[in-house]
Structure formats: structure tokens, C-alpha cells
Design a protein around this ligand. Structure first.
Ligand SMILES: *[C@@H]1O[C@H](CO)[C@@H](O)[C@H](O)[C@H]1NC(C)=O
Ligand SMILES: *[C@@H]1O[C@H](CO)[C@@H](O)[C@H](O)[C@H]1NC(C)=O
Ligand SMILES: *[C@@H]1O[C@H](CO)[C@@H](O)[C@H](O)[C@H]1NC(C)=O
Ligand SMILES: *[C@@H]1O[C@H](CO)[C@@H](O)[C@H](O)[C@H]1NC(C)=O
Length: 571
């Protein structure tokens, strides 16, 4: 069965390579008027629909399909008019927009076609399960199939006449206003499909389990796959296997014995995406996280900045699992209305299990590197302590990819400040007034991106190293993305974000940042901690944007290597 799926996917890729060129040119020009294309905060290589409001991606493989929640009528969303926006790509970077794949049209989705997921059947054919907000504003689960499987873009989708397939009712005790976002279905050894759907019962968040032989006739399991009290509504659950020993992705239905499973939920309480790693008990159909479900400031998250309603899919062509996350604006609604759009997708990231088995690692898909043009490279430079600021010139700083390897002197690690008691929330430490200018110990050192020439504006992405209090670890490495001086404009949300990076500071410390006009996406410790921010500078726009490295700590820090590339715009 794996073979059949594989063949179809390859055919999809070949056919669309041929067609893609035409459609991209025609449709892209048609969709993107110049007054939007030339806006300073419109990104160059991140996926954005031409205009208006979007959130939450879905994806179906083969030709890469990106389905996303789209509000076609304005930059301020009305949930009752949400459609499934649709775009395809052969490289995850250049996208061809299509007409919406699914729009409200039936009693079972007339008040909005909300999130869901694509599933590839053993015969290689895709189906979509999605939540409809029905005529009573109840959340129900629906199915759609492609109308024409020989159309490489799968532009037309047919809704099942049996919709709605699953509804909340008195028998199954499901809350009809908290029953949404079915996952990709996975197949059990018994030949039954399984899907989880996010829900809430009082303050308990749940991943409700439904099973079916044919994806049409569903049985509601009396036991959820997993739940946790006190967490509130679980949106956009995602449940998938990860390999223990290498970075290859696995099909959602993989039967391999030596896997771990990941459950991700998006909490409406905090608007963050949390994950746990654990064991899926296939006999009892329950998921048991290795370390419980922690929900504090250090709980495992895909991203410690702006990143919500994410979804993964298995890319069977390249044997990797890819994560898409939605990044909203930090600007006030009136600015979004003026721009004509709101929201975009983070760069698609490969996601896999760390050797320790304790966390997931993420890295921009390798296709991102095809956008690199001019490169600047440094090796073995010393960043003197107490205020070094060195410009990295020669790249387009408003649209760049920057990778740095820092190294601190092992003896200097003795001089690191001991972390204050009570400093358990990395975001709070990063948000403290003058957190970025404290001249003591190791760091802050890092990058200043989207900076104006005279530093009236900049966003700093930096590291600080502390001595630990607990004896289990010697040091604590903190990563911050500080927006407090990102713009002279007052109205934007300039929250600083932070994360602890579980690395040893005796080793080189890696920091990668993708800069794209209004988005700053950073990866610390080779993808152990990620932070995404949005910034809207007034001065640091286009050619007037600069890039610097800095060291405000008291000790010198070595830059073992620094590479910065200008990035082309995608189609
Ligand atoms: C299906 O799609 C193919 C390729 O785009 C097209 O040639 C064909 O006419 C379509 N068939 C129908 C019934 O629409
Ligand atoms: C049902 O879900 C809504 C949120 O949509 C929540 O406010 C309400 O408390 C839930 N009701 C019950 C009985 O859990
Ligand atoms: C969107 O951004 C605003 C402002 O930065 C933030 O307060 C809000 O929580 C975000 N919403 C979601 C759903 O992430
Ligand atoms: C470094 O410290 C100075 C003050 O000592 C401060 O003005 C500056 O903003 C700091 N640099 C960064 C990138 O935070």
C-alpha cells in the first residue's frame, strides 16, 4: 500500500512542474496589486494570501497543497464566513494561489468552513475532514473529496452527501460549541480509521477519539485519546509518530514499533501551541505523555513567540515531517485594515525528535536555502565585551538568512551570573527593563536585525548564560527576541519573548534568524528553541535596514563563524 501512495505522489510532482510556470505568472499577477506588493511590511518569501485575514494551515501532499483558513472579505475576520483558501507548490517556497477549495454552502457548514486535515488513503487518494459551523452554529465534522483526481492542483472539492458525519448530541455528551479541528486520520491494525477532535468540558481540555471503517460512518469513543483538567479548549490537535533514532519523518499511520508519539494542542487560554512526547497505547487507544502535560512558562512549545494553530504533515517524497504555523499581526486592527491583509505562515519547518527523546527539533526546510543569493561570511572574530556593535554589511538586511556560531571561553563560564531565584519564566526575564543592557557576566550577545542606521530602531535576538541554582545542571542558556525598540511607532504589541535553550555553553552556540520585512524567525541551539516575532519599523525599511552583531556582556565572545545571505522573494 505504501508503494501505491508513493507512485501517485511522484506523478503529481512531475505533472505540476510543467504546469506550474504558467499558472504562477498568470495568477500571481492577477492576485497581487502593486500597492500591496510594495508595502514595507509585506513579506518577501513567507506565505501570505494576497489579501485579507488568514489563519491555520492544512496541507495535503503530493504537490504540496497548503489549505488555510481564509476570510475573503476583509482584514478583520468574521468566523461565519471562513473558507478554505488553497495554494500549491512544488518546493514549499513558491506558491500558486487557487480559488478556495471549500466554501460554506450546505446546512452543515453554512456558518463557516473551519479547520480540519487531509488524509491520504492507502489507494493514494486524498480526503479532507473539516469542521463545519452549521446553521445552528453547532460544530460538526464533514468530509470532502477531490472532484477530479487527474487535476494536479485538485482545484475542485466535492462535499460528501452524508455530511455532517459527526455531530455533538445528548448521547455522546459532546459540547456542540467546542468540537472542532479533526486531525489527519490514522489507520489501526484492526483496519479502523481513527481521528481526534479538539474539545472542552468545563475547564477540561480533551482530544476526543472517533473511529470509522470507511471515514463516513463514525463511532464516538467513550474514552478520549487524552485529556487534561484546567487547560480549557484544545484547538487544532495534532497527533503523529516520530522516529527515535533518526530525523526521518513517519507516516501518521506508521506501525513501526520503536516510535514515540507527539500530541500537540493549541490552547485558547494562552494562544500558544504546546506539545508532549509520549507513548500511544494502541490496545487501549490512549496516549500517555512521558512527563505529563505541563502547562507553565517552560512547557514544551513549538515556538515561544507568535505561532498558533499549527499543523504537521508527512512529506512522503522526502521522508520528513513538516510543520506549518500561523503568525498573526502585532499591529492594531486599524493598521491591518489599511494594509488590507492580516496574518501569514511561518517558514515550513522540518520537525523531528531530539536524540535525548525529550524534545522536538525544528529547522526551516532545506528548500529555503534556494532563496539565498549574496553571501557574507566571517570567521573567528572576537566580539569584545561591554558594548561591541559590528555591522554585517553586504546583504539586504530586510530580507536575510543569518547563521552564527558563538563560542564563549570555558573559563569565563565561571564568571556568569547566578540566575536569580524566581527567574523561572524566560519571557519575563527577557521582558525586564534593561534586560538587554545589563553589563555583567556572559551576554547578552547576539544579533540586532531590522535595525536603522543609528539604532533608533532594532530588534535584538540574543543569548545570555547564567550559572544554575540547581545542581543538576551547571548553566542555564536563555534566548530572547526583544521587540521593545523595534519601531518608533507606539501602537504595536512589542512584547519580548524568551525561551531556555537546553544546550551546554561549553559547546559552540548556534543561532539562526530568518528576517523578512515584518517577521523575525529565530532558531536557537540548532532548532531546540524557536521564537517568532513581528515588527513594523518606521525607519528600518527596505534599503535603510541594517544588520549588526553585538555583545553587551562583560566578557568577550568569539564568533566562530557568521554567514548572512540576501534572500530572494518567492513567487
Ligand atoms: C480533470 O482534470 C484534467 C487535468 O486538469 C482535465 O484535463 C480534465 O478535463 C478534467 N476532467 C473533468 C471531468 O473536469
Ligand atoms: C462548551 O464550550 C464552551 C466554549 O465554546 C464553553 O464556554 C462551555 O463552558 C462548554 N460547556 C460545557 C458544559 O463544558
Ligand atoms: C494575535 O496578536 C495579538 C497582538 O500581538 C495577541 O495579543 C493575540 O493573542 C494574538 N492572537 C492569537 C490567536 O495568537
Ligand atoms: C547594549 O547596552 C546599551 C546600554 O548600555 C543599550 O543602550 C543597548 O540597547 C544594548 N544593546 C542591545 C542590543 O540591547
Amino acid at each position: 500500500m505504501a508503494n501505491i501512495a508513493w507512485c501517485n505522489i511522484v506523478i503529481f510532482l512531475l505533472v505540476s512542474l510543467f504546469l506550474a510556470n504558467y499558472v504562477v505568472v498568470l495568477e500571481a499577477l492577477h492576485y497581487l496589486p502593486n500597492q500591496i506588493k510594495n508595502q514595507p511590511y509585506r513579506t518577501g518569501y513567507h506565505f501570505q494570501p494576497p489579501k485579507n485575514w488568514m489563519n491555520g494551515p492544512m496541507i495535503y501532499k503530493g504537490v504540496y497543497h497548503l489549505f488555510y483558513q481564509w476570510y475573503p472579505n476583509g482584514a478583520v475576520m468574521k468566523v461565519n464566513e471562513i473558507v478554505w483558501g488553497h495554494a500549491t507548490s512544488t518546493d514549499l517556497i513558491n506558491w500558486t494561489p487557487h480559488r478556495p477549495a471549500i466554501k460554506p454552502s450546505r446546512p452543515s457548514d453554512i456558518n463557516g468552513c473551519w479547520s480540519g486535515s487531509a488524509t491520504i488513503l492507502p489507494n493514494g487518494k486524498p480526503v479532507i475532514l473539516y469542521t463545519g459551523n452549521d446553521r445552528y452554529n453547532h460544530q460538526v465534522q464533514n468530509l470532502a473529496k477531490p472532484k477530479n483526481l487527474t487535476d494536479p492542483y485538485l482545484r475542485h472539492w466535492t462535499k460528501s452527501p452524508e455530511n455532517p458525519l459527526v455531530t455533538a448530541n445528548r448521547v455522546n455528551h459532546i459540547n456542540s460549541t467546542a468540537f472542532r479541528d479533526p486531525t489527519t486520520a490514522w489507520l489501526g491494525r484492526d483496519g479502523w480509521w481513527r481521528v481526534i477532535t479538539g474539545s472542552q468540558e468545563g475547564r477540561r481540555g480533551l482530544a476526543l477519539l472517533s473511529t470509522s471503517r470507511d471515514l463516513i460512518d463514525w463511532k464516538q469513543s467513550t474514552k478520549p485519546l487524552h485529556y487534561k483538567d484546567g487547560t480549557g479548549m484544545w484547538e487544532c490537535p495534532d497527533f503523529f509518530p516520530v522516529a527515535r533514532t533518526d530525523s526521518h519523518g513517519l507516516d501518521t499511520s506508521s506501525f513501526r514499533e520503536s516510535v514515540k508519539h507527539v500530541l500537540k494542542v493549541s490552547l485558547t487560554d494562552t494562544f500558544h501551541d504546546y506539545y508532549t512526547i509520549g507513548t500511544y497505547d494502541r490496545v487501549r487507544d490512549v496516549y500517555v505523555p512521558d512527563h505529563g502535560f505541563v502547562q507553565d512558562e517552560t512547557a514544551p512549545r513549538y515556538d515561544y513567540g507568535k505561532f498558533y494553530a499549527s499543523k504537521t504533515f508527512y512529506d512522503s517524497v522526502n521522508q520528513r515531517r513538516i510543520l506549518w504555523g500561523w503568525v498573526n499581526e502585532s499591529s492594531p486592527e486599524k493598521d491591518n485594515i489599511k494594509k488590507g491583509w492580516a496574518g501569514l505562515q511561518a517558514i515550513p519547518r522540518k520537525i523531528w525528535l531530539d536524540e535525548s527523546g525529550k524534545r522536538l527539533l525544528q529547522w526551516p526546510v532545506k528548500e529555503t536555502e534556494r532563496l539565498r543569493t549574496t553571501q557574507v561570511r566571517w570567521e573567528n572574530r572576537v566580539l569584545a565585551g561591554r558594548g561591541s556593535v559590528i555591522e554585517v554589511s553586504g546583504v539586504t538586511a530586510s530580507q536575510a538568512d543569518v547563521e552564527v556560531l558563538f563560542k564563549v571561553n570555558g573559563l569565563d563560564l565561571e564568571k556568569a551570573d547566578v540566575i536569580e531565584p524566581g527567574w523561572t519564566d524566560p519571557q519575563l526575564i527577557c521582558s525586564q527593563k534593561n534586560a538587554n543592557s545589563v553589563k555583567s557576566g556572559l551576554g547578552p550577545f547576539g544579533l540586532m536585525v531590522m535595525a536603522s542606521k543609528n539604532l533608533e530602531e532594532y530588534t535584538s535576538v540574543y543569548l545570555r548564560i547564567f550559572k544554575a541554582r540547581k545542581s543538576s545542571k551547571d548553566h542555564v542558556v536563555l534566548m530572547c527576541s526583544d521587540q521593545s525598540r523595534s519601531s518608533l511607532e507606539k501602537g504595536n504589541d512589542k512584547t519580548s519573548y524568551g525561551a531556555f535553550v537546553d544546550i551546554s555553553p561549553y559547546q559552540p552556540i548556534s543561532l539562526k534568524t530568518l528576517v523578512d520585512k515584518s517577521i523575525v524567525e529565530s532558531f536557537g541551539g540548532k532548532g531546540k528553541a524557536c521564537i517568532t516575532s513581528r515588527v513594523y519599523p518606521k525607519l528600518a525599511i527596505g534599503e535603510r535596514t541594517h544588520l549588526f552583531v553585538f555583545n553587551n556582556g562583560s566578557q568577550n565572545v568569539d564568533v566562530l563563524s557568521l554567514s548572512a545571505w540576501s534572500m530572494k522573494s518567492s513567487l
